[in-house]
Design a protein around this ligand. Structure first.
Ligand code: CP
Ligand code: NVA
Length: 309
């Protein structure tokens, strides 16, 4: 049994195995409908319990289809209906029940410590479906998408991030270190990654560059990633922050500074950080990116169950 909490703690060979499995499975089920199981239904009879402490559309749907396509089933819990948040039931007791009734637990949380706390008491795998500090299933899936489109290993590509230093970027930084790809981050100085992340970058002697100029940041990029300037539960002066990001808007002009065949990715939901003329253009691969979550999360589930071949 394995957990999937942060990319930085997972051996790169395991991450690569997940991507290889996802590629194979996606290819093999081309003719199957969404709810039809993969041949052999490797997680037949298994229950994935999901809990969302924050809103979700894509993660919820993609994990639903992921476990279904592996032959299992899912149940989504609302935290406001559990004793855990309302009646003060402990994480320890909740975890014991989850372990007795379910076979894996996917948690989207507003507090990183909860992932650690659940991990301590669960005897089933836990998967991080977004926390304040990371979004690992998203980024592993995004690497899959980039490699699928570019038909090259991500280690041979230049990746740019334009936007806030948030959970999604933290996972992208971890991926850049794990998979050794070049990453340039374009953001206002004030919003560069926090000290802990900067230290992590430094210790790993990585090729990550942080630039206060979006045009320089996307120069030579094969893929540009972005995300909302204001994340869920971001307790800031929203108007002020959006203003500080004004020159970091992704539009056609900015795209013209990247490689000609540069693609645009966004985990969604979007705000005003990208203009329609990019988001809805041929360079944008956001819908393919969202759908690939299903394929990669299937292989993440198999990894957690120790069933990855
Ligand atoms: N990208 C992503 O995680 O989307 P949701 O918040 O809708 O799950
Ligand atoms: N950074 C965003 C990602 C949403 C999928 C957030 O945390 O709200």
């Amino acid at each position: 049994m394995k957990n999937f909490i942060n990319l930085k703690d997972i051996p790169v060979n395991d991450l690569k195995k997940i991507l290889i499995d996802a590629k194979r499975r996606k290819k093999l089920r081309k003719k199957l409908n969404n709810l039809e199981a993969d041949k052999g239904a490797p997680l037949k009879g298994k229950l994935l319990v999901q809990m969302f402490e924050k809103s979700s559309l894509r993660t919820r749907l993609s994990f639903y289809l992921a476990i279904k396509q592996l032959g299992g089933s899912t149940l989504t819990l609302r935290p406001d209906e559990l004793h855990l948040s309302k009646g003060g039931e402990s994480i320890q007791d909740t975890a014991k029940i989850l372990s007795n009734f379910g076979n894996a637990f996917m948690l989207r949380t507003d507090n990183d410590l909860k992932l650690e706390e659940f991990k301590k008491y669960l005897s089933i795998p836990i998967i991080n479906g977004l926390s304040p500090s990371s979004h690992p299933t998203q980024i592993l899936s995004d690497i899959f998408t980039v490699e699928e489109i570019k038909k090259k290993s991500i280690s041979k590509l230049n990746i740019a991030w334009i936007g806030d230093s948030n959970n999604v970027l933290n996972s992208l930084i971890a991926a850049s270190i794990k998979f050794s790809f070049k990453l340039r981050i374009g953001c206002p100085i004030k919003y560069k990654p926090n000290k802990k992340i900067m230290r992590y970058i430094k210790i790993n002697k990585n090729k990550i560059i942080i630039i206060n100029d979006p045009k320089k940041a996307v120069k030579g990029a094969d893929a540009i990633f972005s995300d909302k300037v204001i994340s869920m539960n971001d307790k800031v002066n929203k108007i002020k922050k959006l203003n500080q990001f004004k020159k970091f808007k992704i539009n056609k002009e900015l795209m013209s500074f990247a490689k000609k065949d540069c693609i645009f990715l966004h985990c969604l939901p979007r705000g005003k950080e990208v203009e329609d003329n990019v988001f809805l253009s041929r360079q944008s691969k956001v819908w393919q990116q969202a759908l690939n979550r299903v394929h990669v999360q299937k292989s993440i589930l198999l990894y957690c169950f120790g069933k990855l071949r």
